[in-house]
Design a protein. Structure first.
Length: 258
């Protein structure tokens, strides 16, 4: 039995894959996009200007597109791991505290990398989405424990209302992935009895953001290989990696002549 558990992918392996995907995605969104803009590429180009730009820099646009597609694996994998962490943590309060704290610490780095300024409020980083998602799961579990004897449909209605409240908060705060991100987390938890189906269902709301989110489903084979084990501890590696890599990419994007 123990040898069977060692087969497949551990949680830490999935986390490293998600971190790599996120790094590739953010390098494209921050550095490569800045390179495109520095060479005159904008969404406001005329058709003639676009043709001229693409004749010289189509490779750069292709690189950007490919990097962003690879990045579609990251968020749903992080959502899956959040659900797994919620199911197994013995310190929920500490889990919530860490996500909330790093959401605040990461925001200046996120704003610098994406918007070129240390603090602005048009969008908030993904830690806020994960924090609200975890808060939503806490509310859903409370419903399950407090109203477990309710009729099946009534219990699901209450859980849907809790999820809707979490989605509304994410929408109002303009977090990364916003309401779709919180709904993704909620669906993965509520359908957790079959992990692969739960992951597939959780990716559906993400399609509302962009058709490129279809590439999230390329993570399904990875989820199918997940063996449910923790692997090596990477908790604080993830927490630190997010703001640090954004900060470094933000500085790289400011290099003159990039």
């Amino acid at each position: 039995m123990k040898s069977d558990l060692k087969r497949g992918l551990s949680g830490s392996t999935l986390k490293l894959i998600a971190l790599s995907s996120m790094l590739i995605d953010h390098t494209g969104a921050i550095v490569v996009l800045r390179m495109i803009r520095n060479r005159g590429g904008t969404t406001a180009m005329t058709a003639k200007a676009y043709q001229a730009f693409m004749s010289d820099y189509s490779w750069l646009v292709t690189l950007y597109d490919l990097m962003r597609l690879v990045g579609r694996l990251a968020f749903p994998l992080f959502c899956l791991l959040l659900v797994e962490g919620f199911l197994h943590t013995r310190h929920l309060g500490r889990y919530l505290r860490n996500l909330g704290l790093f959401a605040l610490l990461s925001e200046p780095c996120f704003d610098l990398a994406l918007n070129g300024t240390w603090l602005e409020f048009t969008s908030q980083n993904v830690f806020f989405t994960l924090f609200l998602g975890l808060l939503t799961l806490t509310g859903i579990r409370w419903v399950e424990q407090r109203f477990g004897n309710l009729h099946y449909a009534a219990a699901w209605l209450l859980k849907a209302l809790v999820t809707a409240a979490g989605c509304l908060l994410a929408f109002l705060l303009r977090t990364d992935y916003a309401a779709c991100g919180v709904l993704c987390i909620g669906l993965m938890y509520m359908l957790r009895s079959h992990r692969v189906r739960a992951f597939a269902a959780g990716c559906i709301p993400l399609l509302l953001l962009s058709s490129s989110q279809l590439f999230s489903y390329f993570a399904l084979p990875l989820v199918g290989k997940y063996n449910g084990t923790r692997g090596i501890s990477l908790k604080y590696v993830f927490y630190a990696f997010y703001p640090v890599h954004l900060l470094l990419l933000g500085f790289v994007a400011q290099i003159p002549g990039l």
